[in-house]
Design a protein around this ligand. Structure first.
Ligand code: ADP
Length: 397
């Protein structure tokens, strides 16, 4: 089966076209600046050169039509015609409490996704536009929605409730949802597979450390807690997001800066995190370089980031009454050894002995802890597109 995986943002559309039998990525790319002047499509076939084409894209339907054009191009395309696209898998950010698993998209599902719009006002409407565009151009092709929140729907109330009046949960569904669920699911399953164990027998902590970052506690194959909340702002310090803070800071800063609470939230989402703290960059490669050059604020930032990761790991050991595996994933988790080393300094009490030599590894599945270690620490590269492809095939077949 050939599956087109779509991740649609308000002005962008990322795609991968995957042969589900071989799990080979036949082509991938990105449409940028949709609806804005200067839009362009990047197309990278597996066996060819990357192409960047400047082309007007007034809307997402035009973007999807360009993706189809590229995939079926007689010279550089990877399939002959539209008929060779067997299914489409859509990444949907928020499924609220309505979706605990992926689903085939029909009118009712579209309505239910729309009802979650107020929980993710920037993302869900864009995801729906992506679905509508694909439906317009490929009316007969089955489509599947894979939700970022679904894997965490197994959390018990004690993990998802906030200490605020219960009516806000009843009336407005204010609760922890968590995100990156596709990645936490994929990585915990992959960790168990690599170790030759059944995920149902393991307590796994997944550290998804990318530009957005979250940690989850996966007990016996189910997410029992995760660090992101109602929105992706809660939890770890991230590239540009603050993560956890005293909620009173919002009005305190609004008063000091003479701006609205909404504007403070923009600062907390876009100007904070390691970017705001370090004054260097949101990119950990820049941070690491600055640290090695002796930049004191870069050092403090890396230490603060790692300290927060270690504290979450400690709290999830408590939540699960133990841990068997700690799995690092995403850009920073897979590549930034200094962060893993700094986090590791706090975890000796668990009996996780990360071998400093192995810890230099990056970007591949590898066990970092030594043989005598009570807790296995490992890197497991995430692959959200492949996970979406697998989910799509599972439902469509
Ligand atoms: P997201 O998907 O949330 O945008 P990623 O998982 O791609 O984020 O992670 C991006 C982060 O990973 C950046 O801070 C980047 O510096 C860091 N990183 C560190 N080393 C590498 C590397 N070799 N390749 C890619 N990203 C890296």
């Amino acid at each position: 089966m050939n599956v087109l995986v779509i991740n649609c943002g308000s002005s962008s559309l990322k795609y991968q076209f995957i042969n589900s039998n071989t799990e080979e990525v036949l082509a991938k790319g990105l449409c940028e600046r949709i609806g804005i002047e200067g839009s362009q499509i990047t197309y990278q076939p597996a066996d060819g050169d990357k192409e960047v084409t400047v082309a007007p894209m007034p809307d997402h339907t035009k973007a999807v039509s360009l993706v189809i054009e590229k995939l079926t191009n007689p010279v550089t395309g990877v399939v002959k015609s539209l008929d060779d696209i067997d299914a489409v898998g859509h990444r949907i950010v928020h499924g609220g409490e309505k979706f605990a698993t992926s689903v085939i998209i029909d009118d009712e599902v579209m309505k239910a996704i729309e009802e979650c719009n107020d929980l993710a006002p920037l993302h869900n409407p864009a995801n729906l536009i992506g679905i509508n565009s694909c439906k317009a151009l490929m009316p007969k092709v089955p489509m599947v929605a894979v939700f970022d929140t679904a894997f965490h729907q197994t959390m018990p109330p004690k993990a998802y409730l906030y200490g605020i009046p219960y009516s806000y949960y009843e009336d407005f569904k204010v609760r922890r949802y968590g995100f990156h669920g596709t990645s936490h699911d994929f990585v915990s399953a992959e960790a168990a597979r690599v170790l030759g164990k059944d995920r149902k027998d393991l307590k796994i902590i997944v550290c998804h450390l990318g530009n957005g970052a979250s940690i989850s506690a996966v007990k016996n194959g189910k997410s029992v807690d995760t660090s992101m909340g109602l929105t992706p702002l809660e939890g770890l310090i991230m590239g540009t997001r603050s993560g956890d803070l005293d909620p009173a800071i919002v009005t305190f800063l609004a008063n000091k800066l003479e701006v609205s609470a909404e504007e403070v939230l923009t600062i907390l989402n876009k100007k904070s995190g390691v970017y705001g703290l370090s004054r260097v960059s949101s990119d950990f490669r820049d941070l690491e370089k600055a640290y090695r050059e002796g930049n004191e604020l870069a050092k403090i930032t890396l230490e603060t980031f790692s300290y927060h990761v270690a504290k979450y790991i400690g709290s999830y050991v408590a939540a699960m009454n133990g841990v068997d595996v700690i799995a690092y994933t995403a850009g920073v988790g897979e590549n930034t050894s200094i962060v893993r080393a700094m986090v590791g300094e706090y975890l000796g009490y668990l009996g996780t002995n990360v071998d400093p030599e192995r810890n230099k590894m990056r970007g591949e599945t590898v066990i970092l802890s030594d043989e005598g270690s009570k807790v296995v620490t490992m890197i497991v590269p995430t692959n959200e597109e492949l996970a979406i492809c697998r989910e799509t095939v599972r439902l469509v077949k």
